[in-house]
Ligand binder design. Structure first.
Ligand code: PMP
Length: 425
């Protein structure tokens, strides 16, 4: 049998850090990653046959559980007709119609291959449409690895202590202005100074890359008003929150209308997919309808569209999101209760089927609070849970995700494991 350790040793010879995406490497929690052989429902199995209850869900897409038969069968059917055409296909039209019907602010859409492509393309569009150069992002928010976004970024960039990456030209970084999340006064001050130069403000409407931090009451609305007042576009990066915190995403959950929205993860059903869309007058400026260039050899891929459409079908079942939110409450209340029994300072955040666990007694509303929580303790908690067959995101700065395959049995087993681990901390 190949072991995880052997595979990681081979991987490290040829892949930077042994992985194709940084957070997978367990660098911040320590130890070595496991190599997944198979996934089904709420579970992952590694190459050694160990089983884990999975709260990462491929970092978001697997909201209906791994290897859902409806998605798998849709992919199998699509594959029989060919893998990629390089011409338009019908599934792209159905996908666009589906997205537009589920997210009213999106009047037109362009499919791409990842969340990174979606955000990069959206800010190009914002710059092209407004004729302005600067963008505003939030400290601790992650929008993929485009140059403009690797400035005070979250996720792996934050986990590895390089939130502003070498290799991003100063000229590019200078055009990215950053703000503290959930601080409306700071946003007002920045717009007062730079408002005329700002093409767009991009935000994760629920921050999920510095652990999970929901917006304060009225915060997104205040940002909406600020952007409108200064002629800047409001871009919601719903790569993580889209189709997860509600069927219509965070914009439906909070009742805010952005100008542009970025998607990824769930709309691909586990295949490499992203999308950006929004106001018709803006999207009509994208090539070939307009002059703002953006393209993709594999964009709108028929197999990826089939997976995504099957996933979007599943999540439209009545009560799907309410049920997931209720399970998320059950899970996080259970873990919080176990921490309290053990006398461990702990707090949770949750919105829909997205949650954050923090080793601090404070309710976390800011990047400063998230980074001040006890990361060393989280790392010990992470490994204790892993030993007991529960896989949490391998970083204190990532959100957790539930799927509809996480039933009472999995949730109760997770809480039992947490109780045991808290007793060792
Ligand atoms: N935006 C957000 C909010 C994300 O969470 C991510 C990835 N976790 C991205 C963009 C980038 O997406 P991708 O990794 O598909 O490029």
């Amino acid at each position: 049998m190949t072991t995880n350790h052997e595979l990681f040793a081979r991987a490290r010879q040829l892949l930077p850090g042994g992985v194709n995406s940084p957070v997978r490497a367990f660098t911040s929690v320590g130890g070595e990653p496991f190599f997944t052989a198979r996934a089904d429902g709420a579970y992952l199995w590694d190459v050694e046959g160990n089983r884990y209850i999975d709260y990462v869900g491929s970092w978001g897409p697997m909201i209906a559980g791994h290897n859902h038969p409806a998605v798998r069968e849709a992919v199998e059917r699509a594959v029989r007709d060919g893998l990629s055409f390089g011409t338009p296909c019908a599934a792209e039209v159905t996908m666009a119609e589906t997205i537009v019907s589920l997210v009213p602010s999106v009047e037109m859409v362009r499919m791409v291959n990842s969340g990174t492509e979606a955000t990069m393309s959206a800010i190009r569009l914002a710059r092209g449409a407004t004729g302005r150069s600067k963008i505003v992002k939030f400290e601790g928010c992650y929008h993929g690895h485009g140059d403009s976004f690797l400035v005070k970024a979250g996720s792996g960039a934050l986990t590895f202590g390089v939130p502003t990456s070498p290799g991003v030209p100063k000229a590019a970084a200078d055009l990215t202005l950053t703000l503290p999340y959930n601080d409306i006064d700071a946003a007002r001050a920045l717009f007062a100074e730079h408002g005329d130069d700002i093409a767009a403000l991009i935000i994760e409407p629920v921050a999920g890359n510095m652990n999970c931090i929901p917006p304060k009451d009225g915060y997104l609305q205040a940002l909406r008003e600020l952007c409108t007042k200064h002629g800047a576009l409001l871009i919601f990066d719903e790569v993580m929150t889209g189709f997860r915190v509600a069927l219509g995403g965070a914009q439906a959950h909070y009742g805010i209308t952005p100008d542009l929205t970025c998607f990824g993860k769930i709309i691909g059903g586990g295949m490499p997919v992203g999308a950006y869309g929004g106001r018709r007058d803006l999207m009509a400026q994208v090539a070939p309808a307009g002059p703002i260039y953006q393209a993709g050899t594999l964009s709108g891929n028929p197999v990826a569209m089939a997976a995504g459409l099957a996933m979007l079908e599943l999540i439209q079942a009545p009560g799907f999101h309410d049920d997931l939110a209720a399970r998320t409450v059950r899970l996080t209340d259970g873990i919080l209760g176990a921490a309290r029994e053990a006398g461990i300072p702990f707090s949770v955040n949750r919105v829909g089927a997205m949650f954050g666990l923090f080793f601090t007694s404070e309710t976390v509303e800011s990047y400063a609070q998230a980074t001040a929580a006890d990361v060393a303790r989280f790392n010990r908690f992470f490994h204790g849970m892993l030993e007991r067959g529960v896989y949490l995101a391998p970083s204190a700065f990532e959100a957790g995700f539930l799927s509809s395959a996480h039933g009472d049995a999995e949730i109760d087993a997770t809480v039992t494991a947490a109780r045991a681990v808290f007793a060792t901390l």
